[in-house]
Design a protein around this ligand. Structure first.
Ligand code: SAH
Length: 214
């Protein structure tokens, strides 16, 4: 799986400007067992570089995409990250394994409950317990009590980023989100906020995520 992720980085370098994955990101993905995060009947495919069904009509992202988001997050110990769309919890686990403290919101109670069970007891690259806070519900308000966040990562696609995401983004900070209409083409987009609150948007790669629902 990690070899396929590295190949995919090379193939998309023209778009992303990133030739290869950060070794720390690969180490985090080696440490977090992806087969723990998929339903039993999908386990045999868990180490392939593709998205899989996880129930409730949702998916676990393709490993390459998980690595790309983690790399764009560029987390160090204690980086505060808001994740929209916990799903099975795999992306949150990879970010937390890199040392991030993650606040993750999921709309589907059943997925959130299963993610909490999977995440319990996991450890980061330093051997410390993962720091992941979960909330079930619509992301519509973000997580104001824990804001500001140095990073906000969306794993479900809105047409445009909701204003509360940008409000809850620290200065400096970085928002990473697939943007695009339901059923249409999406663009993985990075919005950087500088110390003065100015925003700069860059397009990273055409992608396909599930839509953000309300
Ligand atoms: N992060 C996951 C991928 C999750 S797929 C991984 O690691 O693989 C996107 C998730 O976003 C789905 O589980 C979906 O239920 C959730 N979602 C969609 N709209 C949402 C909303 N408005 N608020 C919170 N979660 C939402």
């Amino acid at each position: 799986m990690l070899a396929a992720v590295s190949r995919h980085f090379a193939e998309t370098a023209r778009w992303t400007g990133l030739g290869k994955p950060d070794p720390r990101v690969l180490e985090a993905m080696r440490c977090i067992q992806r087969d723990r995060f998929v339903p039993v009947d999908q386990r045999a495919a868990a180490w392939e570089d593709r998205p899989l069904e996880i129930g409730s009509g949702q998916t676990i992202s393709q490993p390459f995409v998980v690595a790309l988001l983690a790399q764009l997050c560029d987390c160090v110990q204690g980086t505060r990250v808001l994740e929209i769309g916990t799903g099975c919890g795999y992306q949150a686990a990879v970010l937390a394994a890199l040392g991030a403290e993650v606040w993750s919101i999921e709309l589907e109670p059943e997925l959130a409950r299963e993610a909490a069970l999977r995440l319990a007891g996991l450890r980061d690259l330093e051997g410390a317990p993962l720091r992941i806070h979960q909330r079930t519900g619509d992301d519509a308000l973000g997580w104001p009590e824990a804001a500001p966040f140095a990073r906000i990562v969306a794993t479900a696609a809105p047409v445009l980023p909701p204003p509360c995401w940008l409000e809850q983004l620290a200065a400096p900070g970085r928002l990473i989100a697939p943007l695009g209409p339901v059923g249409g083409a999406q663009m993985l987009t990075v919005i950087d906020k500088d110390e003065d609150g100015r925003l700069e948007q860059s397009r990273v790669l055409p992608v396909r995520f599930v839509p953000l629902r309300h």
